[in-house]
Write a protein that binds this ligand. Structure first.
Ligand SMILES: N[C@@H](CCC(=O)N[C@@H](CSS)C(=O)NCC(=O)O)C(=O)O
Ligand SMILES: [Fe+2]
Length: 294
């Protein structure tokens, strides 16, 4: 059995001094070699082995992707959900239970306008789950992330890249770069970069100029084989790569002026749920829980 001790710094900020005091900032763990399961697995040059369990989940009304990631090699199997939707929280939690995972984080890429986040419901159903969103979103959560922060789950981590433009507070979470981290990397781009598209820029502090810069400087500079996993797809796609989007994205392969022109002529109707979703998501979806309880 291979065994190895490591230390990882959790570099998230905290919403209150009390919360900070109760949260361990240094995590000590043992990475163990375990039999393979049906999940992404990889080994490292150091000889130790960690295994990412990864599932892409879909909510069909808003065409939202939720992502489940866990360190299946860690004794606790710590897990996180990226962009959970309120309507599919029970499905997601059943899967977490079936797979024997311990959900520790419910993470949003941004304040969604088209659906209510599942983070508030997850917190109420699973004690100890921490909600996470960017500091720049100005939304309510337990932990606020900033550029370069790392969100650790077991031996694995997500790194925070700021990608504003669709909304002011959009971030992209990218699987870790380094020993014992999955390769190729995986980028959870939210609505900043969609497959052969991108998020609209006509509300929530959106800016086509900013979005163009974000994608080109933060996402298109990742290794070309990085997988792109967006928060939505309306055409039946499920995954892309940085290289594919650099070559074939019909908006972001253009020069900046052409891009801005495309974005100001999308003529999309506002998301049906925007007036409910944005206020609810600014408070972690908790409004939804309160309205269901009453
Ligand atoms: N019809 C849907 C909303 C569709 C929409 O506006 N999607 C957003 C992402 S959710 S904020 C978007 O950025 N789309 C870009 C595009 O090019 O489609 C509804 O009513 O909910
Ligand atoms: Fe959005």
């Amino acid at each position: 059995m291979l065994s190895k001790f490591r230390f990882l710094q959790i570099s998230a900020t905290f919403s209150s001094p009390k919360q900070k005091a109760s949260f361990p900032q240094i995590v000590k763990f043992t990475a163990k070699f375990r039999p393979k399961m049906s999940s992404v697995s990889y080994s490292t040059s150091s000889g130790s082995s960690s295994k990412l369990l990864f599932r892409q989940l879909f909510e069909k009304e808003s065409c939202t992707y939720t992502y489940l990631l866990a360190d299946a090699s860690h004794p606790d199997k710590p897990a996180l959900l990226v962009d959970p939707v309120d309507k599919t929280v029970d499905r997601d939690l059943s899967l977490v239970k079936e797979l024997g995972l311990k959900l520790i984080y419910a993470i949003n890429t941004h304040v969604h306008a088209d659906h209510v986040t599942g983070t508030g419901l997850l917190k109420s159903k699973v004690p100890g789950v921490k909600s996470v969103i960017s500091k720049a979103s100005n939304a309510k959560a337990d932990l606020f992330v900033e550029p370069g922060d790392k969100i650790s789950f077991g031996d694995l981590f997500l790194e925070v890249f700021v990608t504003p433009g669709h909304t002011q507070g959009c971030v992209t979470y990218v699987t870790g770069d380094g020993p014992n981290q999955p390769q190729p990397r995986m980028a959870f781009t939210g609505d900043a970069l969609l497959i052969r598209g991108c998020g609209r820029t006509d509300f929530q502090g959106g800016s086509s100029e900013q979005l163009y810069k974000s994608v080109h400087s933060q996402i298109f500079t990742l290794p070309k084989d990085t997988f792109v996993y967006p928060a939505h797809d309306y055409k039946g796609f499920s995954v892309s790569t940085v290289e594919e989007e650099m070559l074939y994205n019909p908006r972001l392969t253009k020069d900046e002026e052409t891009f801005k022109n495309i974005m100001s002529n999308l003529n999309l109707s506002y998301p049906k749920m925007i007036d409910v979703a944005v206020p609810a998501n600014m408070v972690c979806g908790l409004q939804d829980i309160e309205s269901k309880a009453s």
